[in-house]
Design a protein around this ligand. Sequence first.
Ligand code: SF4
Length: 350
Amino acid sequence: MDTDAASFARTVIDWYRRYGRHDLPWQGQDAYRVWLSEIMLQQTQVNTVIPYYRNFVKRFPSIKQLADASIDEVLQHWQGLGYYARARNLHRAANIIRDRHKGRFPQTFEAVAALPGIGRSTAGAILSFAFGQRWPILDGNVKRVLARCFRVPGWYGQSETMKQLWYLAESVTPEKDAADFNQAMMDIGSMVCLKSKPKCEACPLRQLCSSYRHHSQAEYPQKKPSRARPHKTTLMLLHRCGEQVLLWRRPPSGIWGGLWSLPEVDDEPAIPLWQQSFLSTSQAPRNIQDNVIHHQFTHYSLDISLAIIELEDLPKKLSDADNYAWVEIADLVNHGLPTPVRKLLSSLQE
Ligand code: SF4
């Protein structure tokens, strides 16, 4: 690294003190709130996170209250934020902290990184923000700033690239004021060194930035050669009996894991068999609406069609009653549902 690490850190911290964000609701709070914010901020923008964060800490003001709550209630408060594995890991980790750490957030890197859902960067962020310890971080924003400043070749999925980025993060993190430095790097990434059109003229690092010198900002970070995203289809079954609808709790892992949703089959001919297996009855759909929702996941896109099935009477038998439930339409608000499914069901509540 030809840039002097001390001047890099000083430049970044000086900028932060004048222009960085100092009023985020989790700044200066205890480790629980810092941890929660770091988890919510993974893959999600600050402005989206703030109302969820406030609502979450209002309902679960301490690690113990979070640990003691049901996973259903936690998922319900996470609803709309996406990437639900984060909420399940948060709940599991809260249980571990209550049971093994006497309810107090651990303060060593090993203990923090051993908690579910906490990787190296998140552990470093929590320890630096909550306890003032010196640990480097490498979230999406910091990766981009470092990849451009030092023109790091390769893309993030390559271990050599990540090794080099961690080496750089480690090298530039100062002994003192690591929390300010880490927050500053995140702020530069999200406010100045934007993904497209970085605001180099306003950037404190431009004198030290190799991409800026070589006019190659657009080339870093390098992109993984793209592959076409696979396309999938599914048919959701909306069984309705009077003011009740049938919901299905999705398996804990996989998309929308642990959330309530509608039962699914591959196509229309599969409906009678599904009904016989789970409801011991069979009723043809009133209508089938094609492609009511198109949803993009990270790895594939999904077209959801909807079969509407009206039942005269509630079926006497419901197989797998742990994972299926008849729910009053007015009570849907109290169930954690994926956003597309909630939208789909919202017309019933009008
Ligand atoms: S000078 Fe431009 S490319 Fe370099 S870190 Fe700053 S904003 Fe990013």
